[in-house]
Design a protein around this ligand. Structure first.
Ligand code: FAD
Length: 303
């Protein structure tokens, strides 16, 4: 029943549930592994649509991404999605990774071009024997098995490499034409940016779900650095909210929760029913926002 979720909030006709997905990064050491698994275990009972595991720049986390995805597959009832990029690898190497995922039962890949080997902001050069673009990668994955569900990125504020938003949307269209069935956006803090972008995407005839990526700001300084590299804007009002709290982690945490809740609930009010959370491997804030969105744990999905 729609009314069981949030009677005072708008829900589009035909929707009676909220879908969420959670993004994690592969841990570097034992302590980080422990934090990751505590977070996965905490969030699993919310029954996410899928949980995704990032692929480090230039394939640097290749083995760790595999290991994390396999552990999710083997030890939980969650559906893992493995991120994969085109950077610094031949087609054969990438195809080998995709086949390996298929063999162990992974059926969802988040296909990306990836950042240049020299780091975000440097010029991107495709590997001579590799996939030249993310759209080619999507097509390559679908060739290996049409059963793969392939998600791709989308940029409400334009990817820094893209001359215009329209050029970015052309790339999104190429990815959809190659077989992508879902786009996940870069994070943003002004919801109007997302809705304006969505209008342009729909006007271009792209009808796949474009799921907003939400970054709960656990650490304002880190989020600002991250945003600068990703081409996401940080509004002055957000900086103002965190101003003066550098030495006050308890208040910072409350502000972070309030900011993320405000954003997510506004999206919900405006008809959004699917959310992707950049968890940064931490569960508490994300869990609280999901609770606000109306999600409740179900025991059978526990890790
Ligand atoms: P695309 O959508 O393929 O391209 C983005 C824009 O750049 C397009 O508009 C295109 O026109 C333009 N462009 C592409 N290639 C060129 C070129 N050669 N010259 C000029 N313009 C070009 N990165 C990781 O390393 N690992 C991850 O796991 C990861 N996960 C991500 C998940 C999400 C949901 C998002 C939004 C991003 C993620 N990224 C990840 C970041 C991403 O790899 C970078 O933003 C990268 O720079 C672009 O890859 P893409 O597939 O998003 O780009």
């Amino acid at each position: 029943m729609i009314s069981a979720l949030r009677p005072s909030r708008f829900m589009p006709p035909g929707h009676n549930r909220i879908d969420v997905s959670f993004e994690f990064f592969p841990p570097k050491d034992e302590a980080m592994e422990k934090t990751l698994w505590e977070s996965v275990t905490r969030l699993a009972p919310l029954n996410p649509d899928f949980v995704s595991v990032t692929y480090g720049a230039g394939g640097t986390t290749r083995e760790r991404t595999h290991a994390t995805v396999k552990r999710i597959l083997n030890e939980t009832s969650l559906t893992p999605a493995a991120h994969l990029t085109c950077v610094s690898a031949t087609r054969d190497e990438i195809d080998g990774i995709v086949r390996q995922y298929h063999e162990v039962g992974v059926r969802h890949i988040v296909a990306l071009r990836g950042d240049p080997a020299g780091g975000a902001g440097t010029k991107y050069t495709a590997h001579p024997g590799g996939y030249a673009t993310s759209a080619e990668l999507v097509a390559g994955i679908k060739r290996i098995s049409p059963n793969f569900d392939v998600s791709v990125s989308a940029y409400p504020e334009r990817h820094p490499d893209s001359p215009t938003v329209d050029a970015d949307i052309d790339m999104l269209k190429a990815k959809v034409d190659a077989g992508a069935t879902r786009a996940i956006t870069q994070f943003f803090f002004e919801n109007d940016l997302y809705f304006r972008y969505l209008d342009r995407v729909r006007a271009r005839g792209i009808d796949i779900p474009v799921i907003p990526g939400i970054l709960p700001v656990q650490n304002f300084k880190a989020a600002t650095n991250f945003a600068a590299r990703a081409g996401a804007s940080v509004p002055a009002w957000l900086a103002e909210r965190f101003h003066g709290l550098d030495d006050d982690p308890a208040t910072r945490k409350l502000i972070a929760a309030a900011v993320a809740a405000e954003q997510a609930l506004d999206l919900l009010d405006r008809g959004v029913t699917s959310f992707h959370f950049y968890t940064m491997n931490r569960a508490d804030l994300v869990y609280a926002i999901c609770h606000l969105l109306g999600l409740r744990p179900s025991v059978q999905q526990a890790a």
